[in-house]
Design a protein around this ligand. Sequence first.
Ligand SMILES: [Zn+2]
Length: 298
Amino acid sequence: MAFQSSSLSCSSSVDLRRPSAKASDIFGSQLRSLEIEPTHLRLLDSFKRSPKALRLTAVMGSPAQETKDNKPKVEEVSDHFKELRHRFLGFKKDKYLSNLEHYQRLSEVQTPKFMVIACADSRVCPSSILGFQPGEAFVIRNVANLVPPHDNGPTETNAALEFAVNSLEVENLLVVGHSCCGGIRALMSLDDEENTSSFIRSWVFVGKPAKLKTKASASNLDLDQQCRHCEKESINRSLFNLLTYPWIEERVKNGTLSIHGGYYDFIDCTFEKWTLDYKGNSLAPDDGCSINNREFWS
Ligand SMILES: [Zn+2]
């Protein structure tokens, strides 16, 4: 199976027993977060010393200076922003100015039909893979696309949900999970008894019920397969958790809001989509809530 044979970062293990797990362990080797921070600081230092010189360097693209630590140089960071500037101006010319009336209306009000909860993983951008245009989807992304239950208290995820459901009155909530999720691997790998100060550990623990269910039903599988199982199980758990918010359940009950799950496999580039079938007694996920409208896009 492609999933097992892949050499992507999904097969690297995460050791959360350390006091502070590196973000790059969670999101894969493509994210060089520990290198970005010192670069950012260097950029600020340079800017403080001579902002004009920095701007001149960025514009003229003068030869990069050697650094002792092999980290990205200021000029390289500037190149990244040159690319972003180019993309932004392309968006302005090809999209914004070409549809000026639409974007002017959007500047006054947003009426998205979707709220999407997706993973922070850089490879699963919902706007890219599902083609959401500005104004179409209210999006929040977090590690492992988890929705905590209402009783867990405030987080930025349920704050965004409250605004999207009660103020924007979105019609669809879509939780999007994905293959090779580092957050789910962290959840599956962590020692439940270990007490550390890791923010990642504390967050992914929201998905513990999905982990327990995976361990109960797929304990004969290897860790990669268990992770894939848990990636989908945790989506369903998040769908159930959405119903623990009274203002969500009420809208689902009266038919003005639907709850959907999605799973993006970026190895095979397929997308699976399903809808929670609410029957008025859906707050017992372990009893099995039914799913309908399952579709597989390949
Ligand atoms: Zn993920």
